[in-house]
Write a protein that binds this ligand. Structure first.
Ligand code: ADP
Length: 273
């Protein structure tokens, strides 16, 4: 930045009215980005002004899920304008900081830190009610940087019911706590598959594709470790509509609001609001 004074991060200022949630997971593929975009849309539907920072350096998938994969932020003076989406959510992605979409990002710690700070301080976010950050999976550089720059951010941990996912999810939560961030809850994704052959009325038959209890285990471990209640915020079923919504760039909250996954996501958004 050529000797320029670094701009302050508005969300880190005392008196900032923006709630900041970092969406974390222990490993990739558990649905962290899907959860992030759908919570953002649910909050926007409830009338909140919402921004998303896609800080998932290795798997930046948020823009595609929102149908703006090829959009690039514009610049006004020396401020970057976040990309607006059809659903009223503004987004900036680490992927948008690259000249070409297919370029591989091979940045190390200091570069990642700079990119994160830039997305928070050099982007014109305006007055947001909620800012969601899609973190990379695990306990890497970005999570440390976020803890340093935005200790007031609250963390939501996404896991699947599987043992293999829960232990790494606990580590991601513990990392947040080491950075003095509060872990506000656990979301269990891919919780179960509502059996398509059973009647939708009444209590349907569920297939526990990835086992059971992962969300509860992570919540119990973190509650015990931190000495405060870390609740399970919700259990999102496996849902074709959710996957399709992500692939089509039209999240399920918008594309299929009456689906079960959209209903659960809406409830979780209400708890975070
Ligand atoms: P992560 O951000 O944790 O890597 P993604 O959100 O990219 O995970 O999800 C990985 C894949 O799984 C995507 O194709 C997504 O559409 C799909 N997926 C996520 N959650 C569900 C769900 N509840 N039901 C069906 N598919 C899901």
């Amino acid at each position: 930045r050529g000797g320029q004074a670094q701009r302050e991060i508005p969300f880190a200022q005392a008196g900032s009215l923006t709630k900041v949630y970092a969406i974390a997971s222990g490993k990739g593929g558990v649905g962290k980005s899907s959860v992030t975009v759908n919570l953002a849309l649910a909050l926007a539907k409830a009338g909140r002004r919402v921004g998303i920072v896609d800080a998932d350096i290795y798997g930046h998938s948020v823009p595609a899920m929102l149908g703006v994969a090829d959009s690039r932020p514009t610049q006004v003076d020396d401020l970057i304008m976040p990309v607006p989406t059809a659903s009223g959510v503004s987004v900036i992605s680490i992927g948008m900081m690259k000249p070409r979409r297919d370029q591989v990002v091979a940045w190390r710690g200091p570069m990642l830190d700079r990119a994160l700070v830039q997305m928070l301080s050099d982007v014109y976010w305006g007055d947001l009610d909620v800012l969601l950050l899609d973190l990379p999976p695990g306990t890497g550089d970005i999570a440390i940087s976020l803890g340093q720059h935005l200790p007031g951010a609250e963390v939501v941990v996404v896991t699947t019911p599987q043992d293999a996912a829960t232990e790494v999810a606990e580590r991601a939560g513990t990392m947040a706590s080491m950075m003095h961030q509060r872990v506000v809850g656990v979301i269990e994704n891919m919780s179960y598959l509502p059996c398509p052959h059973c009647t939708p009325e009444g209590k349907e038959h569920r297939l526990d594709v990835f086992g059971t209890g992962g969300g509860d285990r992570v919540a119990a471990t973190l509650s015990q470790r931190f000495g405060y209640d870390v609740p399970v915020l919700g259990r999102i079923p496996l849902d074709i509509a959710l996957r399709e919504g992500g692939d089509d760039g039209k999240p399920v909250i918008e594309a299929d609001p009456t689906s079960l996954s959209a209903a659960v996501l809406t409830e979780i958004a209400e708890r975070l609001d």
